[in-house]
Design a protein around this ligand. Structure first.
Ligand SMILES: [Zn+2]
Length: 217
């Protein structure tokens, strides 16, 4: 089934809801949902503080939820790959380099994201891992497949939540010198990654840097 712009907004709203839950839990507010055949099959929110694990980004939470579920169902590696190849991720902020690499390896079909992550973004801002197409992993088992990527969906809402976190929940907000980017919705190519309007504020990729700052003071 082809998703319309209305569907995109609807699914991104659900991702924003996840980000709000993160905010309520005093986590950096980033959230996501994964959709297969027009149905939300997983959701995730940033849980780095709760778990004290820097890798527990929203995308990793949602991916792991599916892997656990499909493992219980006894799906083979090929079946899992086939499932991911039909999935679309909606996430409020550009996947970081770690998450973009994971999404490429699992072979997700498509990603929509809100604001850009100018410090650690792996889908156009710093690296363009979504554009990888045939690189073999050292294990030789999997290949990075790349995925279609559209940025700027409800970016201002995503930024507002992040601002709320750093302005209300973080007394050291001013010490985090990172940048969000508000961008118009568009499919992403490398040449389109430059020249967006920028806002001086904090970004999700700076989470651990920020935590480190807080702990060191
Ligand atoms: Zn990430």
């Amino acid at each position: 089934m082809v998703e319309t712009q209305e569907d995109t907004i609807c699914f991104m709203n659900l991702a924003i809801e996840q980000a709000r839950l993160a905010l309520d839990s005093l986590e950096v507010p980033v959230g996501c949902v994964i959709v297969e055949d027009h149905t939300v099959i997983a959701s995730g929110r940033n849980r780095t503080t709760e778990t004290r694990n820097a890798t527990r980004h929203a995308e990793m939470e949602a991916i792991d939820m599916l892997l656990e579920h499909w493992q219980k169902d006894g799906l083979s590696r090929e079946e899992v790959a086939s499932k991911f190849s039909r999935c679309t991720l909606y996430v409020t902020c550009e996947p970081c380099i770690m998450c973009a690499a994971a999404l490429s390896i699992i072979g997700i079909k498509e990603v929509y994201y809100g604001c850009a992550n100018d410090k650690f973004g792996g889908c156009g801002s710093i690296l363009s891992l979504h554009m990888n197409s045939s690189e073999k992993l050292t294990s030789g088992v999997s290949k990075k497949k790349g995925f279609k990527c559209t940025r700027g969906v409800m970016a201002s809402e995503a930024i507002d939540l992040l601002r709320s976190f750093y302005e209300q929940g973080n007394p050291n907000a001013g010490r985090v010198n990172t940048v969000f980017t508000l961008i118009q919705p568009q499919s992403l190519t490398e040449s389109q990654c430059k020249g967006s309007k920028q806002f001086d504020t904090s970004c999700r990729g700076a989470v651990m840097k920020n935590v480190t700052c807080l702990r060191s003071y």
